[in-house]
Design a protein around this ligand. Structure first.
Ligand SMILES: [Zn+2]
Length: 606
């Protein structure tokens, strides 16, 4: 499951009240960005509240839980029929492989992803599915990984080449160009590189919580360029730690001159005598960083008119390099993602096996294991934009994301997407007392997982999820915590839904639903858009716009790109979150957005 919790963007500690069953007056502290909640997937606050709540109750429940778990296990073990035992044994095999340390957390574009996709492809092959990717079972797609400093970037002072890793870096918004000159450090002459010591600025603003050093440098650089500077070189001789580093996720527009930062030691060495001139040679080269992710797709052709898509993402967080781990210690630990989402991937394989021999043949079946989900639904978005079957023939899509932790005491199975077709009511009955779990229905067709991509193509969806837990997006999401009998019951339930719909033998009619508004509106305002996390241009592209909310009232439509809110430039989803944190409910400002080549400015009220 995808979560927008990135912490490489300067977080501030926040204290707030947690309302999740904590004792009155008890407060917890979390580290978090000021998230906009707009669909911004499951947010840190909720989860930490859940986690704290869980921990608070856990001790008291532990004895009971162990007792009931054991009792339940033996009861189930006795009652299980042979096909069910086979499913459980297979699930154990799949999950223990996919969530093994050897796969290093299955991060999209890594060797761990390759091992996982080969395993899934092999399983699909053994079951007898036909390949439905673009390269056999696989479909590769590009993941924009921000910017990088290309190898040909070069900086020398007085003939000594500086080290890119330790001595200097060009900012991500720097121009790509070359400069050779011998400027005076203290003079700001036309057609020459300029130098700027951040010392005074940092000292003046050391108690100013609203001061944004990067924005300051950007403004300084574009101002210098207008006055004739051919480059801007900044350094810091103050005792204040400026924390500046190359920020690959910075998607603000490139300036017209190179802008470089020189670290403390070389600055001390070369810029000591401000009256001197220094011979410098600069070549800045900032490039796009890309990774390749892979979906795995297998097909059962029943010569039917319509196809049912069953999906689950198989990628996870790796070592947390993408900033989406809940682990805040900075340790490099493998996130095995047994529940998220080795559980759903294994369920996908088992459903494929069951449906291969099923009598329900009024549909074809397409099974897709998606990658790039944890980065923002990259794989499913790519698939729905580049499908290998005709999407208009898709009857409905079922998505499983985190189905391995059915709680033995609450027994809640969450079913999302219920509002995406009126016909779901005929097969999903939350009142059914015979079910081994309690169904919690959510009507929205959008949410923090891959069904959202299919919903956006007007396809009815259901989303299965056994609920949050304290191991979510942590290295402790391991195979030994999976509730295998619970997952078996989810698989059998989904199989029943497919079989029952097969009897009706008709294509489901699609209905639009509200957009999921996840997150906390308590400490930030929202615009009511669903950001496109795969968009790599400058700004925030709206994948969806919720009726009646500020963005929609300001005239925004899906596909528009927000570039500015009030005085603040919006270059990426991250800056968008930060900027929203600056507004309060009732504030009025202007939103600037692009629609194709057109730039539109409109009033917006939060
Ligand atoms: Zn996840």
């Amino acid at each position: 499951m995808f979560s927008f919790i990135r912490h490489h963007f300067g977080c501030k500690a926040q204290t707030f009240n947690c309302t999740y069953n904590l004792k009155p007056g008890r407060r917890i502290e979390i580290l978090s960005n000021n998230h906009e909640a707009d669909s911004v997937q499951l947010n840190a606050v909720q989860y930490l509240c859940h986690a704290t709540n869980y921990l608070a109750n856990m001790r008291a429940r532990l004895t009971h839980t162990i007792f009931f778990l054991l009792a339940g296990f033996f009861l189930h073990a006795q009652k299980l029929k042979k096909p069910d035992k086979e499913i459980i044994a297979n699930l154990q095999k799949h999950i223990s492989y996919l969530a093994d340390d050897k796969l290093e957390g299955r991060r999209a574009g890594t060797n761990g992803e390759t091992l996982a996709m080969n395993y899934i492809g092999d399983e699909f092959g053994k079951i007898g599915l036909s390949p439905k990717g673009t390269e056999g079972f696989f479909q590769s797609f590009e993941i924009n990984d921000g910017k990088k400093i290309n190898d040909d970037t070069y900086f020398s002072i007085k003939g000594n080449e500086l080290n890119k890793e330790t001595d200097y870096f060009p900012f991500a918004f720097s121009a790509n160009s070359s400069v050779e000159a011998e400027p005076a450090l203290s003079l700001q002459e036309g057609d020459m590189p300029w130098f700027f010591n951040l010392k005074e600025t940092l000292e003046e603003n050391k108690d100013n919580p609203h001061f944004d050093l990067i924005e300051f440098i950007k403004t300084k650089a574009s101002g210098s360029q207008k006055k004739g500077a051919t480059a801007l070189i900044v350094y810091n001789t103050s005792a204040i730690d400026d924390k500046l580093q190359f920020e690959g996720k910075d998607r603000s527009e490139q300036l017209k001159i190179p802008v470089l930062y020189v670290a403390k030691d070389p600055a001390k060495k070369y810029f000591k005598d401000v009256a001197a001139t220094v011979a410098i040679k600069i070549k800045t080269s900032i490039g796009e960083k890309k990774r390749t992710g892979h979906n795995v797709a297998g097909y059962i052709d029943n010569n039917a008119e319509n196809t049912v898509v069953v999906g689950a993402h198989f990628d996870h967080l790796g070592y947390g390099e993408d900033g989406n781990s809940m682990l805040r210690t900075g340790e490099k630990l493998i996130h095995n993602g047994a529940d998220d989402n080795a559980s759903g991937t294994s369920a996908l394989i088992e459903l494929a096996r069951l449906l291969k021999t099923s009598k329900a043949k009024n549909n074809n079946y397409l099974f897709i294991a998606f990658s790039g989900e944890e980065l923002g639904l990259f794989g499913s978005k790519y698939y729905t934009d580049n499908p290998t079957i005709d999407l208009s023939s898709v009857n409905y899509m079922l998505n499983m994301d985190m189905v391995g932790r059915l709680n033995d005491s609450t027994k809640v199975l969450s079913v999302g997407g219920y509002g995406t077709s009126a016909q779901w009511a005929s097969v999903v009955n939350a009142q059914d007392k015979k079910l081994p779990f309690v169904i919690k229905i959510d009507s929205s067709g959008t949410g923090p997982s891959d069904h959202t991509s299919f919903y956006r193509k007007d396809i009815p969806v259901l989303f299965f999820f056994t609920g949050q837990h304290r191991d979510y997006h942590r290295p402790s999401d391991d195979a030994d915590k999976i509730n295998y009998t619970g997952e078996l019951s989810v698989i059998n339930y989904i199989n029943t839904i497919i079989t029952n719909l097969n009897k009706e033998n008709q294509k489901l009619a699609f209905l639009k639903t509200r957009e999921t508004q996840m997150g906390t509106r308590s400490f930030s305002v929202t615009m009511g858009i669903m950001p496109d996390y795969t968009y790599d241009g400058n700004g925030v592209r709206a994948d969806g716009v919720t009726e009646g909310r500020p963005a929609s009232k300001a005239g925004l439509k899906a596909g528009d790109v927000i570039t500015r809110l009030g005085d603040y430039p919006v270059s990426s989803v991250e800056t968008y979150m930060q900027v929203l944190g600056k507004f309060k409910k009732g504030d009025k400002t202007k939103v600037t957005y692009k629609r194709g080549a057109e730039i539109i400015e409109a009033a917006v009220e939060f």
